[in-house]
Design a protein around this ligand. Structure first.
Ligand SMILES: Cc1cc2nc3c(=O)[nH]c(=O)nc-3n(C[C@H](O)[C@H](O)[C@H](O)COP(=O)(O)OP(=O)(O)OC[C@H]3O[C@@H](n4cnc5c(N)ncnc54)[C@H](O)[C@@H]3O)c2cc1C
Length: 363
């Protein structure tokens, strides 16, 4: 049989785990991994620096693995190729793992006054703001708007990193936020769990009860918008731009193209979609890798049945919290994960996550 080329777009949790699975499963076929960064870009958008690990640390170096640092511009699925700023990359089988960012600001005034944590200058702005207030002998009031782990993780990391120089609050942008209040409180972060942000202005956030919450810097970590590439290519996408997949993670109506991670709209079996978290992306990446290998070997595809732990939250580079049912564990990321969770797929957005990912993936 002719050798195949599997191309993976995105080297985050989903893409990196899929690449690792493919390299371990297929013996000869080529695996190409395209990402705009040369490392696993964990959260350089967090307030702490240095959250990138080179992909080479957890992907075994071998001639049939090509890691291409490039911006992917276009997906030509009819021609079985992707267009990148380093040229055209043809593929036989494709995996989309391009992630999602907190870009769209759906609260009035947020576009103007709440930079997204997806924007590269948000963290430098936050640093400047905190420094300015510290020089005047004042604590900066920081408000993070959002409903999930990105918001809570960013808020906790900011509170830890800047210490007494800031006071951080989290305000949901929709009811039923997926945030565990106790974790925020333990970090000294206020959580307005009964309120929803209705408007953002230069110096504050209006809450649903009418109260004005003063803010020196407001950060948007709200609804995620998936990478624009699949929708631009005419692939079927759900609200939020996530590409529609079946239970095998194969794109609906597009045999041979898979998606894994925050850019994939995968049915959760209860009428909704699997939430975009690190643990879901890791499990999806592994399954997509296995299913692509099944296609190459002419075997049946497996269905995605994620075993999700419940909230797992990185609170800082050195600290994480995990829950499963009544079990709660916290501490340094690694022991949190191994003692409490006993699950190799629990990682989140911090240096802890980096180290853990490195160790786990290299096994
Ligand atoms: C600040 C922050 C904190 C978070 N904290 C938590 C947490 O505590 N717990 C939790 O479970 N989840 C957390 N999340 C969410 C979690 O990080 C995501 O769900 C997870 O990263 C999704 O994995 P992924 O592989 O789908 O995408 P990603 O990990 O985002 O990877 C996507 C990759 O695609 C690349 N890419 C995208 N577009 C292009 C292009 N056009 N060309 C080339 N490369 C491209 C990107 O560079 C990136 O490397 C957090 C997110 C943020 C932003």
């Amino acid at each position: 049989m002719a050798l195949r080329r599997v191309v993976i777009l995105g080297g985050g949790y989903g893409g990196a785990c899929a690449a690792q699975t493919l390299l371990a499963t297929l013996e000869e076929d080529e695996v190409w991994l395209c990402d705009r960064f040369c490392g696993h870009h964990v959260t350089s958008r967090g307030p702490e620096p240095g959250w990138i690990i080179p992909l080479s640390r957890f992907l075994p170096l071998q001639p049939r693995l090509v890691v291409l640092q490039t911006e992917v511009h276009e997906l030509d699925w009819r021609g079985h190729r992707v267009l990148t700023d380093r040229g055209v990359v043809p593929y036989d089988l494709l995996l989309l793992a391009l992630g999602a960012w907190a870009e769209p600001c759906r609260v009035s005034g947020a576009q103007a006054h709440a930079p997204s944590l997806g924007a590269l200058d948000t963290v430098p702005r936050l640093r400047r703001c905190v420094r300015q207030f510290a020089r005047r002998g004042r604590r900066a009031q920081v408000v993070v708007l959002g409903n999930g782990p990105a918001a809570s993780s960013f808020a906790c990391a900011a509170a830890r990193h800047f210490g007494s120089a800031v006071h951080v609050s989290v305000v949901p942008t929709a009811p039923e936020a997926r945030i565990v209040p106790e974790e925020l409180e333990a970090e000294g972060v206020d959580f307005y769990h009964e309120a929803v942000a209705t408007a953002v202005a230069a110096h504050g956030v209006r809450l649903s009860q009418g109260e004005e919450l003063p803010s020196d810097m407001t950060v948007w970590a709200g609804e995620l918008e998936a990478a624009a590439l699949p929708a631009a290519a005419g692939l079927s996408c759900s609200a939020g731009g996530r590409v529609r997949c079946d239970r095998h993670l194969e794109l609906v109506g597009q045999p041979g193209i898979f998606a894994a991670g925050a850019d994939a709209a995968v049915p959760d079996g209860r009428g909704g979609l699997v939430a975009p978290t690190a643990q879901a992306a890791i499990q999806a990446g592994r399954l997509a890798g296995r299913n692509i290998a099944h296609i190459v070997c002419g075997q049946e595809l497996e269905a995605f049945q994620p075993d999700l732990f419940g909230p797992w939250q990185a609170l800082s580079q050195q600290h994480a919290v995990a829950r499963r049912g009544s079990l709660r564990t916290s501490g340094a990321g690694r022991s949190t994960l191994s003692d409490g969770a006993r699950a190799p797929w629990l990682y989140a957005g911090s240096g802890v996550r980096l180290r853990t990912v490195t160790e786990r993936l290299s096994r």
